[in-house]
Design a protein around this ligand. Structure first.
Ligand SMILES: Nc1ncnc2c1ncn2[C@@H]1O[C@H](COP(=O)(O)OP(=O)(O)O)[C@@H](O)[C@H]1O
Ligand SMILES: [Mg+2]
Length: 386
């Protein structure tokens, strides 16, 4: 990051880093409440329409939590993979149901932490709306995300007290050097105004624009030693949920377009080029909404197909109940079925056996746990959004 890469306004915020002769950090400009949208109004509008359509689709579902459960986990996997994790969605489901990570990638734990952080944020946002999105919620998200992560060299949830940088092992070659540690808290306070946005009835700032501003500003502050990309992406569905939109998940799009993601972010951070970033995110929202709708349709179609197949089952109804929950929990064990459906262990086993015979579940032997996989769901989750 060179002074000559910065706009004049940003050059004024370029400050020397103590004890690093010749290195400079960039204090973000105050969070804008509105950015110029000339030439991209149409795309912002389309993103709104897409959000509205998904909201309708979800409202019409008899049991939206099942689909949400699965899409949450897919998001956790993709968003974590942007940061270099290797755990896949079936490994996450397996770990969650067995509590055993033997034989699984080590980062399956931090991927499950992502799911937990998302739960914390979504619940808070659904209960209290935008006012739930406080600095302490952001710190909670980070605490949950980083809990028990061995190589995290700071206290989870605490704002950083060191200078960090992005995009290189060396501060002098960094693409961005975020503000000095003593500026982190004031910069976050400034961002909170946007996150806790209340429409004043005169000028309503579009949620699409607010998502774009919030994510870019958060990444420019980089308030933690690590985990900033993930916490910044967690904020997106949480902001949507706070305003009763379905949590549309963007990590798949951001992962597929990672180069543009970083480049357009950097152009905002160093030159205030908001249009390209808002356009990039608006397109992502449209794409992610389409994908969420398609995924929902396919999951429901799978369940319908299974309902047909189990209709021939006689006697005990557990097999029929089990196909109702598999689109939300596509990997099960006898114990998990027992718990989830409130049936006896033998009844759970029998139902699993029936679904294996019908080709709905496949058995997979692990060292300690016998797991059963709805392979069609896993294939669908892995295929989409690649
Ligand atoms: N100019 C930039 N180049 C690359 N990444 C950037 C840039 N600006 C912000 N970022 C963000 O920084 C994140 C990486 O920061 P980091 O703290 O390591 O997050 P995490 O541990 O979740 O990886 C990226 O995912 C991206 O969101
Ligand atoms: Mg990182």
């Amino acid at each position: 990051m060179k002074r000559s890469d910065l706009s004049p306004a940003h050059q004024k915020r370029f400050v020397p880093v103590p004890d690093r002769s010749g290195a400079f950090a960039l204090i973000p400009l105050p969070t804008p409440t509105m950015v110029p949208l000339a030439g991209i109004e149409h795309e912002v509008l389309k993103a709104h329409e897409s959000l509205g359509l998904v909201r309708q689709l979800i409202t019409d579902l008899p049991n939206p939590d099942l689909i949400a459960r699965t899409l949450d986990r897919r998001e956790a996997v993709k968003s974590s993979q942007i940061e270099g994790t290797h755990a896949e969605v079936d490994e996450l489901f397996e770990y969650e149901v067995t509590g055993d990570d033997e034989g699984l990638p080590g980062d399956v734990r931090v991927t499950l932490n992502y799911v937990k952080a998302l739960d914390v944020g979504l619940q808070a946002a659904r209960q209290a709306g935008n006012s739930a999105i406080t600095k302490s919620l952001i710190q909670d998200l980070h605490r949950v995300l980083m809990e028990g992560v061995k190589d995290y060299r700071d206290v989870p949830g605490e704002l950083r007290t060191i200078q960090n940088w992005i995009g290189s092992g060396n501060i002098y070659d960094a693409s961005l050097v975020p503000p000095p540690p003593n500026q982190v808290s004031p910069c976050l306070d400034d961002l909170m105004g946007l996150l806790q946005y209340q429409a004043d009835g005169v000028a309503v700032v579009s949620i699409v624009v607010r998502l774009a501003i919030a994510h870019a500003q958060f990444e420019a502050i980089h308030p933690f030693r690590d985990g900033n990309g993930r916490v910044g992406r967690l904020l997106l569905p949480i902001m949507l949920a706070a305003e009763d939109y379905p949590p549309v998940y963007l990590a798949g799009y951001l992962k597929s377009n990672q180069r543009s993601y970083y480049d357009t972010l950097l152009a905002v951070q160093t030159r205030g080029e908001w249009q390209a970033w808002v356009r990039f995110l608006a397109r992502g929202i449209v794409e992610s909404c389409n994908e969420a709708a398609e995924m929902t349709r396919r999951l429901l179609a799978l369940r319908d197909e299974w309902r047909q197949r189990v209709s021939s089952l006689r006697g005990d109804a557990t097999g029929r109940k089990l196909v109702e929950v598999l689109i939300g929990s596509p990997i099960v064990t006898a114990n998990s079925v027992k718990e989830q459906l409130g049936v006896s262990f033998p009844a759970a086993n029998t139902a699993i056996g029936q679904l294996v015979d019908l080709g709905i579940l496949q058995s997979s032997e692990r060292r300690r746990n016998r797991i059963f996989v709805a392979g069609q769901v896993v294939a669908l989750l892995k295929r989409g959004g690649e």
